[in-house]
Structures are given as C-alpha cells and as structure tokens.
Design a protein around this ligand. Structure first.
Ligand SMILES: [Zn+2]
Length: 266
C-alpha cells in the first residue's frame, strides 16, 4: 500500500484548471509522479514534504511530455541534482525538457515508496501517455487519462488519437481500479462510471461526425460549425482538433475517406 502526498504544481490556467496535481510517494524509494512546471512554491512544498517524511527524492516519473507535467523537470534537477527522471520515450518532445530522461517500458514494474507501481502505456491524449497502477490499493495515478466533471482533450495535431484513447480507457477499466488520482481536479472515486461515460461520449461524438457528413458537411470547419454552433474561438480550435481526431479514427477503420481537406463516408 502506497501513501501518496498530493502536491499542487501552482500553475492554474485555462488549460490546466486549478493547476496540476503531482504525487509524492515517500518510502524506501521516494518518487514523485509528474514534475509540474518548476514553480518555486511547488518545489518548496516538495522540500517540506520530503523533510516531514525523512525521505530523499530519488526519481520523478512523468506521465507524458505535455509542459504542465514535464517542464518542471529542469528546476527539480537543479534543486535535487541526484534525482533521476523517467518517462515513456518520445524523443522529439522529451528534448524540450533538458534532463537525462530514462525510458519506462510498457508494463514495467517500478519500485516506488515501499512497494511497486506498474507503468501502463495509455496513448490517446498523448502518444507517450502512461498511467501508474498500484495494485495493492487498486489505485491508478491517471495523468490526463480522466478529469472529474469534464472530458479529456484529444489534440489530433499533436499525436492525439481517439482510437488509442478508447483502447486505453478499456485497458484501465479492465484493471478494475477503485480510484484514480488525476493530474487535474479531484480524486475520482468511481472510475468505472467516469471512464464508461467517456466511451459513451466518444461514441456520441462519432455519430455526430457521421451525421454531419450525411448532411454534406465535408470539411472539419463545416462539421464544427454544425456540431457546435454556439462555440467561439479558441474553443472552436479545440473542437476542430476533436472532430479531426474522430475523422482520423473513422479513416483508420475504412469508414471515411479523405481527399485533401474534404471527407466522405465510404
Ligand atoms: Zn496532457
């Protein structure tokens, strides 16, 4: 049984909500899940938590290469030079954060606290996304897999994939977790309900995309205008990413064909 300490990253904003959650797991091998953005208040809270637990930070496990999860690595490395940094490799993106990244493989068992975590590769939100599974407490450290009261953004232009995301949701459902500790928002104490609602939501969105095609809306912009008539930019841009990601899934499945920026049902 691991005992995580929640440490806020102090980076509230339009994309991060109240800001990121990071989780310190003190013990024989003290690890921090996600690096935050290097805010001094985060680092100070981390220093205090380490002192309270008489712990030495040994490793930072990063869920994926988005800046709000990974960019704090450099500041942590400056303050704790012996700490090692780990993530699922995404060489081009990882290079933005200049620390020596060490690779985590899918299904790798990682010593953490007084126990172990298993890294589960869960692409979809990002190609390199990992969640960390503590079987002893049936807890998932969820990164951006799920956010209570919201859906998760799939940025097609940055390697997001709806098909992968749906498979990742199923993978985590199959673990039968009793809670998810997410990188944004409150603890999720009914993972099954939330993850199942996400699958339903994506199916509904896919139907909307197919219906828009039926109505002759054959470009992403036309589909966004028809599916989300009220939306203002920049939310419109996010909606376009989501629609494009759904079209990519339908293309992969051979249900939709693309010709330049026009799409048609097959
Ligand atoms: Zn993210």
């Amino acid at each position: 049984m691991l005992h995580p300490v929640l440490l806020h990253a102090f980076n509230p904003g339009p994309m991060t909500g109240a800001g990121n959650n990071t989780y310190l797991i003190p013990g024989r091998r003290t690890v921090l899940i996600d690096a935050g953005v290097g805010d001094d208040r985060h680092l100070d809270a981390l220093a205090r938590a380490l002192e309270e637990h008489g712990a030495t930070l040994e490793a930072v496990l990063v869920t994926h290469a988005h800046g709000d999860h990974a960019s704090g690595a450099e500041a942590i490395a400056r303050r704790w030079p012996r700490v090692e940094f780990f993530k699922y490799p995404s060489p081009e993106r990882d290079a933005r954060y200049p620390v020596p990244w060490q690779p985590i493989a899918a299904d790798e068992r990682i010593a953490a606290g007084d126990g172990f975590l298993t890294a589960i590769h869960t692409p979809g939100h990002a190609p390199d996304h990992l969640v960390f599974w503590d079987e002893s407490s049936r807890t998932v450290y969820g990164g951006d897999l799920a956010v209570l009261g919201s859906t998760v953004v799939i940025l097609w232009s940055q390697g997001g994939s709806v098909g992968d995301y749906l498979q990742s949701l199923q993978l985590v459902l199959d673990l039968n977790p009793i809670r998810i500790l997410p990188a944004h928002g409150a603890e999720i104490d009914d993972p099954r309900a939330l993850l199942t609602s996400y699958i339903v939501h994506r199916e509904e969105r896919e139907q909307q995309v197919l219906q828009a095609l039926d109505r002759g809306k054959d470009t992403v912009d036309d589909m966004v205008a028809s599916i989300y008539p009220e939306l203002q930019s920049p939310l419109r841009r996010m909606a376009a990413e989501s629609v494009r990601a759904h079209l990519a899934k339908l293309e992969q499945e051979g249900r939709v064909a693309r010709n330049g920026d026009r799409f048609a049902k097959i």
